[in-house]
Design a protein around this ligand. Structure first.
Ligand SMILES: NC(=O)c1ccc[n+]([C@@H]2O[C@H](COP(=O)([O-])OP(=O)(O)OC[C@H]3O[C@@H](n4cnc5c(N)ncnc54)[C@H](O)[C@@H]3O)[C@@H](O)[C@H]2O)c1
Length: 329
């Protein structure tokens, strides 16, 4: 298969790219390598992908490309005629969307529209794209795909919700399959430095104060990166119903979450033990736009693709921590 992975230098994109290299696939990766967080980390992820490519003697080509640039992105689609597009590039982060909403408009709405147009023009069979658990806002737990998701608490979630409805319209009109994945707080090796588990590790290690939002009461459904990779691979392999029959629109949404919650303070406790250091904590109130708690009902995904999500928090955090200590040594 010819597969395009956007956001390949990102946390999830890096692992997804590695998982598709080999297996007789031709994999192309796009990323603009923006400086929302360390560009060195993004470059190192690309080097790690390159290592995998050489090991497997397989095809992987990286393009530094800004997805809001339609013509440049179009030339890549034209050259490769992809079967599958896994669209992970986006401006991520809830808090930053309050500071710089325009970045979200450009990367998550205009760029997403470009991807849809190019999937239409070049007859891509299946577009798989990243959505988020934050579309659920402050609903009652657990969140299932049937839970109302029309009241996002900030602009990041609003842009992701818009992706879901835009995809539905394109699936309906142009008859290609679209699958939206609502990720629940993904963590693991090669993670994102702006996310709590990574940020806390950095701060505690430097003996700096960590801000504990909502006084540590936040609960999050933390999903380990390998579980996400396993799910995406199963979804890609399922070639059923590329072509629509009758009036059925082939546009689906799935939750991807571990279906267990972890308290913010448990992450701090884990890190204190592992680093053998006491964290300097500053308890602060819930921040604007933050969700209270998240918990997924991921039965739809598990049943459709016979998946088991079972990486326990301690095991996943241990892998992250070991990687962190090695990478930042
Ligand atoms: N990590 C999580 O917990 C989580 C949770 C919910 C949803 N998501 C979504 O999953 C996807 C991947 O997230 P991640 O954690 O790997 O984030 P990430 O920031 O590490 O990766 C995104 C990558 O996309 C690239 N990018 C951004 N805008 C671009 C543009 N306009 N053109 C080209 N490249 C661009 C960035 O440089 C980055 O490398 C995102 O869509 C994100 O919104 C992630």
């Amino acid at each position: 298969m010819k597969i395009l992975i956007t956001g390949c230098a990102g946390f999830i994109g890096h692992s997804v790219s590695k998982s598709f290299i080999g297996k007789k696939n031709s994999v192309v990766g796009i990323d603009n390598l923006n400086n929302y967080y360390s560009t060195k980390l993004k470059q190192d992820r690309l080097k790690d992908i390159d290592k995998e490519k050489r090991l497997k003697k397989s095809f992987f080509k990286f393009y530094r490309c800004e997805l809001k640039n339609f013509q440049k992105t179009r030339s890549i689609f034209k050259k490769y005629k992809f079967d599958i597009v896994i669209h992970l590039a986006a401006q991520a982060g809830v808090r930053y969307s309050l500071e710089n909403p325009r970045k979200y408009l450009e990367s998550n709405v205009i760029s997403f529209f470009n991807i849809l147009e190019l999937c239409k023009i070049f007859k891509v069979k299946h577009l798989i794209y990243a959505s988020t658990s934050s579309v659920y806002g402050d609903n009652i737990l657990p969140f299932s795909e049937k839970t109302n998701s029309d009241k996002p608490l900030q602009f990041y979630s609003a842009t992701k919700k818009s992706n879901e409805v835009m995809s539905y319209a394109y699936s309906n009109l142009y008859k290609f399959k679209t699958t939206g994945l609502r990720f629940f707080t993904v963590y693991g090796p090669w993670g994102r430095p702006d996310m709590a588990y990574y940020k806390f590790t950095n701060l505690i290690k430097k003996n700096k104060t960590i801000p504990i939002h909502n006084n540590g009461k936040h609960k999050r459904d933390l999903t380990y990166i390998s579980d996400i990779i396993q799910a995406i691979n199963k979804i890609v392999k399922n070639k059923k119903s590329y072509i629509q029959r009758g009036n059925k629109v082939n546009s689906k949404i799935f939750n991807i979450g571990n279906s267990k919650t972890v308290k913010l303070i448990d992450i701090v406790n884990f890190l204190e033990k592992s680093l053998k250091m006491k964290a300097k904590k500053k308890f602060v109130n819930k921040q604007p736009g933050e969700m209270l708690d998240t918990l997924s009902n991921s039965k739809k995904l598990r049943n459709n693709f016979r998946l088991k999500f079972n990486t326990p928090f301690n095991k996943g955090m241990r892998s992250f921590f070991d990687w962190y200590m090695h990478y930042h040594k």
